[in-house]
Design a protein around this ligand. Structure first.
Ligand SMILES: *Cc1c(COP(=O)(O)O)cnc(C)c1O
Length: 430
């Protein structure tokens, strides 16, 4: 299958090129040329399948022409080494818990799949992944690529600007992961990575790639757990009039859900829950998309003022505002509302949402119509936002063993000045 660019001015790309390049030449996002509808027989028996069977069937619909079935199935099963259970919160509201992976957030699914697919496409030569992070992306990417043969990962992060819990998730790994502590801010890290990608001499000396979240191999696999969420709801007899709510920042996660719907997944409608960064909400209201600088919130992984996957969403709906609105509605919540929701749900039900999932819960609590059942993506474990959540509920949040194991690990990093030549010398001197 070939991939086209949402900007329409780049040549079609093979899956391999789309995965290695990430972004098209015209700076558009790659989209698969066709979205295959899965047969009725698949949906008739989905409730009797396990997560791996469901995900392999979905993966074959996207990647089956380009990757041999046994290789693809192995990549899928290796990626999904953890469950994504649908858990009742209260009444007709369920949480699809996406935080049972190595770094306790949904980004593990896409990062692990991409790492394995890239490892498969690598032909002899070693590949170098450069990633700038303000926290979460670095840990998901580093852990996703950990131990993948022939791929070296360099995580650039700003000195003193990343929480200790986040930092330990990419500085204690060793093996093929190198953490570079830059004496600067996040934007400096990002600028160093950009300079490296534009440096012809460096690119001739070593093969560089980004593990950006717009990569098709990071975004499409996120559709696996929407099918699995549906399968679990159907098994419990709750799949009729199912509404799915995704807390959204760059809109990669919800976009994968919309692809799932296009593949035939019987979801009635989607809700995109935003924090105070309400660009998409405003687009739904007005039909006008006006990106603006992000504002800082307690659901900080959704602090996005110009969602990169907006281009994919409107491409999927043929740039038709009414068609977008027919499938997706939106909400926006202030930090006060997010805090109130976490406190209220925890007090009433004992279920502890993280600040992102809280937006998802609230959108369903406010927006479900009679006869509908709601499933929201709980995108991260609340312990990832320990200080914030403890401040809200006035009680301690236990840190899961997986996170504690990172915190016990030995920190190894390389300190570099905020200087491109020093960064380049480090990369080439290895
Ligand atoms: C990245 C992230 C989001 C936003 O997902 P998008 O795909 O960017 O919309 C939401 N919650 C958490 C915890 C995240 O890490």
């Amino acid at each position: 299958m070939m991939y086209y660019s949402t900007n329409g001015r780049a040549p079609l790309a093979t899956l391999e090129k789309a995965v290695v390049k990430g972004l098209a030449e015209d700076r558009g996002l790659y989209m698969p040329e066709r979205i295959q509808r899965l047969p009725d027989s698949f949906f008739d028996r989905i409730q009797d399948m396990d997560f791996h069977e469901v995900a392999c069937a979905v993966a074959e619909a996207f990647f089956g022409e380009d990757v041999d079935k046994d290789v693809l199935d192995a990549i899928v099963c290796d990626t999904l080494s953890f469950d994504c259970p649908a858990v009742k919160v209260e009444g007709r509201i369920y949480a699809l818990e996406l935080f049972h992976g190595p770094t306790l957030a949904f980004k593990d699914v896409g990062a692990r799949f991409m790492a394995r697919l890239l490892g498969h496409f690598r032909s002899g030569e070693s590949l170098n992944v450069l990633v700038a992070t303000s926290g979460d992306t670095g840990s998901a990417v580093a852990n996703g690529f950990l131990g993948v043969e022939g791929i070296n990962v360099f995580v650039l992060y700003p000195k003193g600007k990343v929480s200790p819990i986040q930092e330990c998730q990419f500085t204690t790994l060793g093996r093929n992961i190198t953490a570079l502590e830059i004496d600067g801010v996040f934007d400096d890290c990002q600028a160093l990575v950009k300079s490296a990608f534009m440096d012809a001499e460096l690119n001739a000396a070593m093969k560089l790639t980004s593990a950006n979240s717009i990569n098709v191999a990071r975004f499409l696999p996120q559709s696996f757990y929407y099918f699995w969420g549906y399968a679990q709801m159907k098994r419990s007899g709750l799949a009729d009039n199912l509404v799915v709510c995704t807390p959204s920042g760059n809109f990669g996660n919800i976009c994968a859900g919309l692809f799932a719907k296009r593949m035939g997944l019987p979801v009635k409608r989607f809700i995109a829950a935003n924090n105070a960064n309400s660009v998409f909400y405003d687009y739904l209201r007005t039909g006008v998309y006006s990106p603006r600088p992000s504002v800082q919130t307690i659901a900080n992984a959704m602090d996005v003022g110009d969602p990169s996957n907006f281009a994919r969403v409107i491409d999927l709906y043929g740039h038709d505002w009414d068609a977008v609105k027919a499938d997706i509605s939106g909400t926006t919540y202030s930090d006060e509302q997010i805090a109130e929701t976490i406190r209220d749900v925890f007090g009433r039900t004992g279920y502890l949402c993280d600040p992102h999932g809280a937006c998802g819960y609230r959108a369903l609590a406010e927006g479900l119509r009679p006869g509908e059942t709601g499933l929201f993506c709980e995108t991260a474990h609340p312990a990832k936002f320990k200080d914030t959540v403890e401040g809200i509920i006035g009680a301690g949040v236990a840190i899961p063993d997986k996170l504690q194991a990172f915190m016990r690990g030995r920190k190894e990093n390389v300190s570099l000045p905020n200087d491109y030549q020093a960064f380049k010398a480090f990369l080439t001197g290895r």
